[in-house]
Design a protein around this ligand. Structure first.
Ligand code: SF4
Length: 183
């Protein structure tokens, strides 16, 4: 019995297609690969980290977006996810982790504490990680729900897809890093 299987890849980049072929640009192919194979480094210090664990579990299943492979080494990660309160004492460690990640890399700030210090407006808490490293996407909430985390990941994916291969070599990107004293 003959069965017909119609497979239509989702989110196919723009290109030229016909019977038996598909052609696109290198930028778009690389962007598609990067976006769908993000390796997050979970820098989780408190309750938001628990919400992230729920996002990883079967109900929300982050693996559906190609990001189930968590990395606890900055050398093998391209998405830094900061989740929880960051004390000023920990700030230099977070920055070092960011610096050790190779390009291309993205930063996602999850929850009120990581983004602004949250309710902890005290002498010991960093009032937002964007004081020490550049942030690409912020997720609001205390804690954000797993759906919001997924939405944040999708927004990072959009960035990864739309960035040209050489965006990170542009003067704008270099100026952004320079503003943080980074190279
Ligand atoms: S934002 Fe709320 S849930 Fe997240 S780490 Fe801070 S206090 Fe905890």
């Amino acid at each position: 019995m003959e069965t017909t299987v119609n497979i239509h890849p989702d989110h196919q980049p723009e290109g030229h297609e016909g019977a038996g072929f598909f052609a696109t640009t290198l930028d778009k192919a690389v962007g598609l690969a990067r976006a769908n194979s993000l390796w997050p480094l979970p820098f989780a210090t408190s309750c938001c980290g628990i919400e992230f664990m729920a996002t990883m579990a079967s109900t929300y299943d982050l693996a559906r977006f190609g990001s189930e492979r968590l990395s606890f080494s900055p050398r093998q990660a391209d998405l830094l996810m900061v989740m929880g309160t960051i004390s000023k004492k920990m700030a230099p460690i977070l920055r070092q982790v960011y610096e050790q990640m190779a390009e291309p890399k993205w930063v996602l700030s999850m929850g009120a504490c990581a983004s602004t210090g949250g309710i902890f407006d005290t002498y010991s808490v960093l009032q937002g990680i964007d004081r020490i490293i550049p942030v690409d996407v912020y997720i609001p909430g205390c804690p954000p729900r797993p759906e919001q985390v997924l939405d944040g990941i999708l927004k990072i994916q959009e960035l990864a897809k739309s960035e040209g291969l050489k965006r990170r070599m542009t003067p704008e990107y270099k100026a952004k890093l320079a503003a943080y004293g980074l190279e």
